[in-house]
Design a protein around this ligand. Structure first.
Ligand code: ATP
Length: 252
C-alpha cells in the first residue's frame, strides 16, 4: 500500500503545508507508527480514520511535538519540525487539541485561554484575542473566573474551539474532540471546526464520527496497526470501502 499512501494531496509542493514522510513512532520496543507518509495542502481538511489502537493519537502527538518520532520527517510550512518540542511547534502555528481535552482543570477559563493563546498572538494582541474568544461562546465569558475543570465536557471543548477561532492557527490537529459529548455539543464541535476551515485553517481531523468527519474533510487516510492502509479523497471514502478497514460498528 505504500505507493498509494505516498501522497494524499493533489496539491503542488508550494501549496503543501504539512508533509509527513516515513514517520515512525515507538514506545520502548513497541512500534506505534511505521512508514506513515502523507501530505496536506494549505486550507485542506484531512480526516485520519482507524480503529482503536491504530495509531491516530500517536500520529497527532508526533506532529504536535508531544511524542518524539524515532524515524522519518515532518515538514511544516517548509520547516523540518520532527523532534521539535511542543512549544516550538505551537509557536510555528500549530494548535493541538489532544484526546481527552487539553485543558488545565484547576486554572480559570480565562487563564486557560491565556495559556492557549500564549504562543498564538503577540503580547499587544492578547487582550483583544481573549475578548474575541469569550465572545465566540458567551458562556465562557460568563464563567471566566470559574475553574475549567468544573465546566461540562462540551464547554471544555468550546474553550479549545474559542482559542482556534479567536486566533486561527495555520494548522489545527483535533484529536477526537467530540468524544463523550452530548449530540448537541457534537454539533457545536463540528460547527466550530467548519468555521475554522472557512477561516482558512488547515485541519488534521481525528474523529469517531466517520460520516461527519468525511463530510467536512477533503481527503482521508485510514490507519491500521500503525500504517496507512487507504488514502484518497474524502468523497470517495464510501461506507463499503471503509467498513472493511474500520469494522461496520465504527461507521456512525
Ligand atoms: P484510540 O482511538 O484508542 O486512541 P489510536 O488510533 O489513537 O487509538 P494510539 O493511541 O496512537 O492509537 O495507539 C497506538 C498504539 O500505541 C497502541 O497499540 C497503543 O496501545 C500504543 N500506545 C499509545 N500510547 C502509548 C504509550 N504512551 N506507551 C505505550 N504504548 C502506547
Amino acid at each position: 500500500m505504500s505507493d498509494q499512501a505516498a501522497s494524499v494531496s493533489t496539491s503542488t509542493s508550494d501549496e503543501i503545508l504539512l508533509d509527513v514522510v516515513d514517520l515512525e513512532v515507538k514506545y520502548g520496543e513497541a512500534r506505534a507508527l511505521s512508514g506513515v507518509s502523507f501530505s496536506v495542502g494549505r486550507g485542506r481538511v484531512l480526516a485520519v480514520l482507524g480503529a482503536n489502537g491504530a495509531g491516530k493519537s500517536s500520529l497527532a502527538a508526533a506532529i504536535a511535538g508531544v511524542v518524539k518520532p524515532s524515524g522519518g520527517r515532518i515538514s511544516f510550512a517548509g520547516k523540518e519540525i520532527a523532534g521539535w518540542p511542543s512549544h516550538r511547534v505551537s509557536q510555528a502555528g500549530v494548535a493541538y487539541v489532544p484526546e481527552g481535552r487539553g485543558i488545565f482543570p484547576h486554572l480559570s477559563v480565562l487563564d486557560n485561554l491565556r495559556t492557549m493563546l500564549r504562543h498564538a498572538v503577540g503580547p499587544n494582541e492578547r487582550a483583544a484575542a481573549l475578548e474575541r474568544a469569550m465572545a465566540t461562546f458567551p458562556i465562557l465569558g460568563e464563567r471566566r473566573r470559574q475553574a475549567a475543570g468544573t465546566l461540562s465536557g462540551g464547554e471544555q471543548q468550546m474553550l479549545a474551539l474559542a482559542r482556534v477561532l479567536a486566533a486561527p492557527p495555520r494548522l489545527l490537529i483535533a484529536d477526537e474532540m467530540s468524544l463523550g459529548l452530548a449530540p448537541l455539543m457534537v454539533d457545536v464541535v463540528f460547527d466550530g471546526l467548519r468555521q475554522a476551515r472557512e477561516q482558512g485553517v488547515t485541519v488534521v481531523l481525528i474523529e469517531q464520527f466517520v460520516e461527519r468527519a468525511l463530510e467536512l474533510a477533503d481527503e482521508a487516510v485510514v490507519m491500521r496497526r500503525g500504517e496507512l492502509v487507504w488514502t484518497g479523497p474524502a468523497a470517495g471514502a464510501h461506507e463499503q470501502v471503509l467498513a472493511g478497514y474500520l469494522g461496520a460498528e465504527s461507521m456512525s
